[in-house]
Ligand binder design. Structure first.
Ligand code: RUG
Length: 809
């Protein structure tokens, strides 16, 4: 299908008229977005159908990526680009006197995730399709995404995110593939005359799971995979039993809103309901699809891989057992062998509070049959391993302990593969968090460092840089990211360096305009743009960044004539609604922004910008304009990080602790091209073990630090209502859990090194170029290839020389 500009124009005009019954000239931007989205969806639908059919015909093994979160971002531009029709559409629209860019802005950005975990899932979807791998996403169609963040007087206020308000053009409701999911009631097993036990249910809450399918378009390879998001409804035959909104609530709430927090205990029951709903519908539909392959059930692991993204979908393990035993009538041993061979699990955090544990009573009541199965998995695990490893099996590894169901333990025991998301993180899993399991199942553990899709984060977010790379090294890097390293050859080429610097400046000018438009703050595009964009969490240490800004402010005030490298500090971060401390940090940073931005002594030397409602679309604007990417978590705490990868790929230099994937970034880009500071993971472990850290001592003995900390509570910062004191207390009186004060001096030191380098523009840009050219290893294409080869054992289905090529790292 080679679309020409003229064909596009004709088809688009007809399309518009058919949809809205008047001519395109009269359409609003929103209507044009809808018409264009439908046009693109129609255009790709043949590939969507053919991809599905060809995989069934070939008997291809399929991977199902189960995730409670997906953050796909806007899809119009991405889909048109991957289909290879973006330029044609842009040209056609220009001829019609329409602007593609404004139309694309009309798309809602689905906030169906909290942060890195959900965005990773979406990068993986893009790579699966682009690598011609049969891969499906399985998640929830939340009616409201993560809250929309507003600032009122510097405080975070949460507003519902109604992303479905206007029509979602990409989804297709698929009534043919609905399933029934049961909650609560009583369950018992009854022997029957066919020789097996039958599960009998009474008084259950029955929920209809309705799938909405969204195309996941591969890069120029005619492959379109499927993202299936489930929505909860009343089963049609039970509609007469429901009379009031209150009665409907237990069903409608299931897919109403994304649990707004991945680290607190609120809404537990609802969250558990959501998890089981997604998992049960997903596994049922997979087994139904498997039947099309016409092979014996023992071959399920040859045809299906189920991936559990964090523990949230770990109930896939007992649910698959339930279906195989209760509906397919296999024995426990047969079902268990299939389940373990089919399921694999990725851990994304070592934070204790984020490792899910459900009260046994809650699980028993909500999911009685699933609980019976978990109990039996646990019993068999303990009985087998107790004689081999002793009592620690009960205390360290059992699924059921202290009145809770430990989901990470369930996920490890029921999977054939367990991976972390960066080398250090996987090492910590093996040596600490899951160390007993590593002893029992060493062969299961492996590392899969995260990756990002360059298509969205470089090709589309940074078109000027992309065009420059194309011009210098050709276009091969787009299909085979390893080629990007050829760009290193230009590190001494003055002309290229000037071009890289100019592109960065253009991106910064665009961001500066946007800052002025949405925040009313004027910033100098020639200042150093210093960016920290990620969820707000104490371990990510946005407050360390804030202390450094305060330090700069006080220094400028003390010494107004000293020349400084001007900086713009840019933040984007949402705090979980119930996470008081994180919200206090937001308020403090906003108040510091008020102080700094309005002080006439400061001028261009320092500006602070905290964007509201950080998400994928905002990231696409910020990242290409960044000079520094802040990756300053306490060593050992950040599993991987992925904004570090996006920022480096766009030429930002990383300000980093030796944590998560920062370490691998340092290894690839070289120590001289990254700013490393702070404690190492080993030092953190030691300090914790010997309990020798006394933050108060640092406060008392380090004058520079004391001045900064005092500013939090002595009235220097306007508009605070105790938030500064709360942070002060946590750092000074409650011994600074995340070693902010301990790392402060070395952080300031690294920031000074950054200033010195920025004062030498060519040298800075050379390092920036080396970051861009060293970012290929963090392509999600490689990450996915490793998952495909090592864990899922799924193949790439090339049909020609199109698409992303077999990879050569
Ligand atoms: O915090 C981690 C990030 O370090 C990581 O890069 C990302 C993707 O692997 O996952 C994040 N994460 C962890 N999000 N939620 C959790 C815990 O549920």
């Amino acid at each position: 299908m080679n679309l020409t500009v003229q064909e596009f124009i004709e088809e688009y005009k007809t399309q518009f008229q058919t949809m809205f019954a008047y001519s395109y000239e009269e359409g609003t931007t929103e209507q044009h977005y809808t018409a264009l989205g439908i046009f693109i969806k129609n255009y790709l639908s043949r590939h969507w159908k053919e991809t599905r059919e060809s995989y069934i015909k070939e008997g291809a093994k399929q991977v199902y990526y189960f995730s409670m979160e997906f953050l796909p971002g806007r899809q119009l531009r991405n889909n048109a680009y991957n289909l290879g029709i973006l330029d044609i559409i842009k040209e056609g629209l220009t001829e019609l006197d329409l602007s593609f860019d404004s139309i694309a802005e009309a798309e809602a950005d689905p906030a169906l995730g909290n942060g890195g975990l959900g965005r990773l899932a979406s990068c993986f979807m893009d790579s699966l399709a682009s690598l011609s791998i049969p891969g499906n996403g399985n998640g929830i169609r939340y009616q409201y995404g993560l809250f929309r963040q507003k600032f009122v007087d510097g405080y975070q206020v949460e507003v519902p995110e109604n992303w479905l308000r206007n029509r979602n053009v990409w989804e297709t409701r698929n009534n043919k593939s609905t399933c029934l999911v049961r909650f609560g009631g009583n369950v018992w097993l009854e022997p029957n005359d066919k020789g097996y036990y039958e599960a009998k249910y009474e008084n259950t809450l029955n929920v209809l799971a309705v799938p909405y399918d969204t195309p996941m378009v591969g890069y120029r390879n005619n492959k379109v995979n499927n993202l299936r998001l489930w929505s909860a409804e009343i089963p049609v035959e039970e509609e007469a039993n429901y009379h009031t909104l209150d009665e409907i609530q237990p069903i409608s709430e299931i897919t109403q809103v994304l649990y707004p927090d991945d680290s607190n205990y609120e809404g537990q029951l609802l969250r558990l309901k959501q998890e089981y709903f997604m998992v049960s519908a997903g596994v049922q539909s997979i087994i139904r699809h498997f039947r099309k392959y016409n092979v014996p059930r023992k071959n399920i692991p040859d045809k299906i891989a189920i991936h559990i993204n964090d523990t949230h979908p770990a109930l896939a393990i007992p649910e698959l057992m339930r279906i195989l035993m209760d509906e397919e009538h296999l024995t426990w041993d047969q079902a268990w062998e299939i389940t373990q061979k089919t399921c694999s699990y990725t851990n994304h955090t070592i934070l204790r509070e984020a490792l899910e544990k459900w009260p046994i009573d809650m699980m028993k009541e909500l999911l009685p049959r699933i609980y019976m199965i978990i109990e039996e998995i646990n019993r068999r695990f303990v009985d087998y391993h107790l004689p081999l490893y002793g009592e620690r099996i009960t205390w360290q590894t059992a699924i059921l302990q202290n009145g809770v169901v430990n989901m990470a333990h369930l996920a490890v025991i029921g999977s054939h593969s367990v991976n972390g998301v960066a080398k250090l993180h996987t090492d910590i899993l093996m040596s600490d968090v899951l160390k007993d399991f590593f002893e029992i199942y060493p062969e299961r553990f492996n590392n899969k460092t995260n990756g990002i899709t360059q298509r969205r984060w470089v090709h589309l977010a940074n078109p000027e840089l992309t065009a420059l790379i194309d011009e210098k090294i050709g276009e091969e890097w787009k299909r085979n990211p390893a080629e990007l390293k050829v760009f290193k050859g230009f590190e001494q080429d003055e002309e290229t360096l000037k071009q890289v610097a100019e592109i960065k400046l253009n991106n910064k000018k665009r961001l500066a305009d946007y800052i002025e438009e949405v925040k009313g703050i004027q910033v100098n595009p020639r200042a150093l743009f210093d960016v920290q964009i990620k969820r707000l969490h104490a371990y990510k240490r946005q407050h360390l960044n804030a202390l450094h800004i305060l330090h700069r402010y006080l220094e400028i005030k003390r010494n107004p004539d000293k020349e400084v490298v001007p900086r713009v500090f840019i933040f984007g971060a949402k705090a979980a609604p119930s996470y008081v401390y994180a919200k206090q940090i937001i308020k403090v940073i906003n108040s510091i922004a008020d102080l700094v931005n309005n002080d006439p002594d400061i001028g261009d030397k320092l500006k602070v910008v905290f964007f509201e409602n950080y998400g994928v679309s905002l990231a696409e604007k910020i990242i290409p304009a960044a000079d520094i990417g802040e990756q300053i978590s306490l060593a050992s705490m950040e599993a991987s990080g992925t904004s570090n990868m996006k920022l480096m790929a766009n030429g930002a230099l990383t300000m980093a602790t030796l944590d998560g994937a920062n370490i691998e970034i340092k290894d690839f880009v070289g120590e001289d091209n990254i700013f490393i500071f702070g404690l190492t993971d080993k030092e953190v472990y030691e300090l914790k073990a010997n309990q020798s850290y006394q933050s108060k001592e640092l406060y008392e003995t380090n004058e520079q630090l004391r001045r900064v900390l005092d500013a939090l509570k002595d009235g220097t910062i306007p508009g605070l209502n105790g938030e500064g004191s709360a942070i002060f207390d946590s750092l000074v009186h409650y011994n600074d859990e995340y070693f902010v004060l301990k790392d402060f001096e070395s952080y300031v030191d690294a920031q000074n090194r950054a200033d010195a380098l920025y004062a030498k523009p060519m040298e800075w840009t050379r390092k920036s170029l080396l970051n861009i050219a060293s970012s290929a290893p963090f392509s999600a294409d490689y990450t996915i290839k490793r998952y495909a080869d090592d864990i899922w054992k799924v193949k790439q289905y090339f049909t020609g020389d199109e698409g992303v090529q077999p990879l050569d790292e």
